[in-house]
Design a protein around this ligand. Structure first.
Ligand SMILES: NC(=O)c1ccc[n+]([C@@H]2O[C@H](COP(=O)([O-])OP(=O)(O)OC[C@H]3O[C@@H](n4cnc5c(N)ncnc54)[C@H](OP(=O)(O)O)[C@@H]3O)[C@@H](O)[C@H]2O)c1
Length: 242
C-alpha cells in the first residue's frame, strides 16, 4: 500500500473513473469529484467496500469556489496531497467553429482550459508546503495536432500543453513535477457527448484502463526526473498529418 493521496478531477466516468478505481486497488487514497453525484458516490462505495479509501465531492470544476473547497476538504481529510490528475475535458459539440454559440465557445474554454488552471492553482500551495507533488494534466493528441469540427477543443488542449510547460518551469524548484498525457481516441462517453456518431477509428481503441495504468506508472517513477508528455494512439488510428 503506497498510501499516497491522489485527487482525480472528473472521475464519474471514463478515464477518471478507471483511474480512481485502479489506484484505489493499488493502495492509493483517492479523492474524486465530478458533477454527477450518484456516479461518484457509487465509486466511493465500491472502493470503500473493497477495502480501499476514497472521498468524493460534487464539484463544478469551472467554479473556483467549489474547486478551492474540494481541495481544502481533501487535505483536511487525508492530511496531504501527493498527486493531482486534472482530467476534466469535453468536446462540447462536433461541428464547424462558425456553428458554435457564444456559450458553447465559453464552455469549451472553461471546461478544457480553466478546469486545469484552477486545479493547478489549488494544488500548488499544498504541494509547495510539502516540497513535493505531482500534477498530471490530461490533454489530448489534439493538444499537439488539430481536427476540424473540434477547433475550440483543440485550442483548449493546445493551451493546456503550453501552460503545463510554463508551469513546470515555475514549480520544479519546489519538488513539484508536471506531466501531460496526450491520448488519441479513448473508448469512453466523450465522443457521444460531443455528438460524434462514428469513432475516428474502426479498430480497437485505447481503453480508459490503459490511461489508468500510465498514470500509475508515472506516479511510481523516481522523483529526480520528469516525463514531460506521454502521447499514445491505438494502432488502428491516425491523425494526418501526424
Ligand atoms: N475519449 C477520448 O477520445 C479522449 C481522447 C483524448 C483526450 N481525452 C480527454 O480525457 C479526459 C477524460 O475524458 P473521458 O474520455 O474519460 O470522457 P468522459 O467520460 O466524458 O469524462 C469526463 C469527466 O469530466 C467530468 N466533467 C465534465 N465537466 C465537468 C465540470 N464542469 N465539473 C466537474 N467535472 C466535469 C465528467 O463528469 P460529470 O459530467 O459528472 O461532471 C466526467 O467525469 C478529458 O480531458 C478528455 O478531453 C479524451
Amino acid at each position: 500500500m503506497s498510501g499516497k493521496v491522489v485527487l482525480v478531477a472528473g472521475a464519474s466516468s471514463g478515464t477518471g473513473r478507471a483511474t480512481a478505481l485502479y489506484l484505489a486497488e493499488k493502495g492509493y487514497r483517492v479523492s474524486i469529484c465530478a458533477r454527477r453525484k450518484n456516479l461518484i458516490d457509487e465509486i466511493v462505495r465500491k472502493i470503500n467496500s473493497e477495502g480501499g479509501i476514497a472521498y468524493s465531492e460534487t464539484v463544478d470544476i469551472t467554479s473556483w469556489n467549489e474547486v478551492e473547497r474540494f481541495f481544502d476538504n481533501t487535505v483536511k481529510k487525508f492530511g496531504r496531497l501527493d498527486v493531482v490528475v486534472n482530467n476534466v475535458g469535453a468536446g462540447i459539440r462536433y461541428t464547424k467553429f462558425e456553428n458554435l454559440t457564444i456559450n458553447e465557445i465559453d464552455d469549451g474554454i472553461r471546461i478544457n482550459l480553466i478546469s486545469v488552471l484552477y486545479g493547478c492553482k489549488a494544488a500548488i500551495p499544498v504541494m509547495k508546503k510539502q516540497r513535493e507533488g505531482y500534477i498530471i494534466n490530461v490533454s489530448s493528441i489534439l493538444g499537439k495536432r488539430s481536427r476540424s469540427g473540434l477547433a475550440v477543443y483543440t485550442a483548449g488542449k493546445h493551451a493546456v500543453e503550453g501552460f503545463s510547460r510554463a508551469l513546470w518551469n515555475e514549480v520544479k524548484e519546489y519538488g513539484i513535477k508536471v506531466s501531460i498525457i496526450a491520448p488519441a481516441m479513448i473508448n469512453t462517453e466523450w465522443a457521444k457527448k460531443a455528438g460524434i456518431e462514428k469513432p475516428f477509428t474502426s479498430g480497437k481503441m485505447i481503453e480508459p484502463e490503459d490511461i489508468a495504468h500510465i498514470i500509475e506508472f508515472l506516479i511510481t517513477l523516481p522523483k529526480y526526473y520528469n516525463v514531460w508528455s506521454v502521447d499514445l494512439m491505438a494502432l488502428s488510428q491516425t491523425i494526418d498529418p501526424l
